[in-house]
Design a protein around this ligand. Structure first.
Ligand SMILES: NC(=O)C1=CN([C@@H]2O[C@H](COP(=O)(O)OP(=O)(O)OC[C@H]3O[C@@H](n4cnc5c(N)ncnc54)[C@H](OP(=O)(O)O)[C@@H]3O)[C@@H](O)[C@H]2O)C=CC1
Ligand SMILES: Nc1nc(=O)c2c([nH]1)NC[C@@H]1CN(c3ccc(C(=O)N[C@@H](CCC(=O)O)C(=O)O)cc3)C=[N+]21
Length: 291
């Protein structure tokens, strides 16, 4: 069994980006990212903090906008318009999900698609499906593809099963695996899928993006399969100083012995998401500078 160390792969990606950013800075072009958080969700605050920290470590410019939970949709869209017009900002990320009174789709559509480093704008969704590489691909599935590559996993002709069909992970993941670069045969499973364990057992590559702690157990996994665990779930753990610990959607202990390769949580897909966000912001900066 090969443990795919996302943290190590992410560090290598960041080291390469850091050099590139220094060279861009010397030419008078420093990539800038704006991260917007509405409300006080503690997990979101942690993620937003790590995104801003990553920018600082790479020598990128960043802005952090922490808005109160009562922020109206109009106020949020006004901020986005301001960021769209700000030449120091090349990437705009609005932490998902926003509070219930805000229409996330309307907010995403307000972002200039050239600055949509999350890849959530319909124009970028279309470019992903069209395999137009000028678009932005959502960071988490992009990170999963990089992990497969770094681990030497061949996707060509493999059967990939993706559990989950969200716009942030499942659907873009399936599109990337299906692309003419990866050429996997793709099955997308979700909460209405009949006999999920049986479907998953047919997978050479199994991607779990469900949001249910340790749901994927050994009986979901074929001997020799590759398992990518996207899940980030907080579960209570009184033995930890913080009172909780993070687990994935995969029961690592029972599944790992059957796998050819598997990602851990934490230290797997999560750090790659941050690295891909930095990479997308550098790409946005270059593309905007060329215009
Ligand atoms: N590592 C990272 O960087 C990131 C991690 N995540 C994590 O990934 C996980 C998924 O996130 P996200 O896609 O946003 O979540 P969503 O809740 O948006 O989507 C979950 C998907 O799983 C499906 N599902 C739910 N329950 C079951 C079940 N019992 N059997 C089969 N399918 C099921 C849902 O089906 P249906 O469509 O039918 O409702 C849905 O398609 C979460 O743990 C999240 O925290 C998310 C983003 C980034
Ligand atoms: N617009 C938007 N874009 C996102 O990319 C986005 C979002 N909204 N909403 C929430 C999810 C979640 N997400 C994570 C990023 C990094 C880790 C991460 O770095 N995890 C570490 C540490 C986990 C911990 O200790 O908390 C790890 O897995 O090792 C996790 C989760 C990005 N998301």
């Amino acid at each position: 069994m090969q443990r795919i160390e996302g943290k190590t792969v992410a560090e290598a990606v960041l080291a390469t980006l850091k050099q590139e950013i220094a060279a861009m800075g010397a030419q008078g072009c420093t990539p800038g990212l704006a991260v917007v958080l509405v409300g006080e969700d503690p997990a979101s605050q942690v993620y937003v903090g790590s995104k801003v920290k990553a920018c600082a470590e790479l020598g990128m410019y960043s802005q952090k906008w922490a808005m109160p939970a009562e922020t109206t949709q109009e106020e949020l869209i006004d901020l986005i318009k301001q960021l769209n017009a700000d030449d120091r900002i090349h990437g705009i990320l609005v932490q998902s999900p926003p509070p219930a009174h805000i229409d996330e789709e309307a907010v995403v559509r307000a972002i200039d698609p050239r600055k949509d480093v999350d890849g959530f704008h319909p124009e970028n969704v279309a470019k992903l499906v069209l395999e137009d590489e000028t678009g932005f691909v959502p960071c988490t599935p992009l990170g999963c593809m990089e992990l497969l590559k770094a681990a030497g996993i061949c996707t060509q002709g493999a059967h990939a099963v993706v559990i989950g069909r969200s716009m942030i992970v499942g659907k873009p993941m399936a599109n990337l695996l299906l692309s003419r670069k990866a050429n996997a045969t793709v099955t997308i499973a979700h909460s209405r899928t009949k006999d999920l364990p049986a479907v998953c057992r047919t997978a050479d590559i199994l991607i779990a993006a469900v949001g249910r702690p340790e749901m994927v157990t050994a009986d979901y996994v074929k001997e020799g399969a590759v398992v990518i665990d996207v899940g980030i779930n907080r579960i209570e753990d009184p033995t930890r100083p913080r009172g909780y610990r993070i687990v994935g959607d995969v029961d690592f202990e029972s599944v790992a012995p059957k796998c050819k390769a598997i990602t851990p949580v934490p230290g797997g897909v999560g750090p790659m998401t941050i690295a891909m966000l930095m990479s997308n912001t550098v790409k946005a900066c270059k593309q905007l500078a060329a215009q």
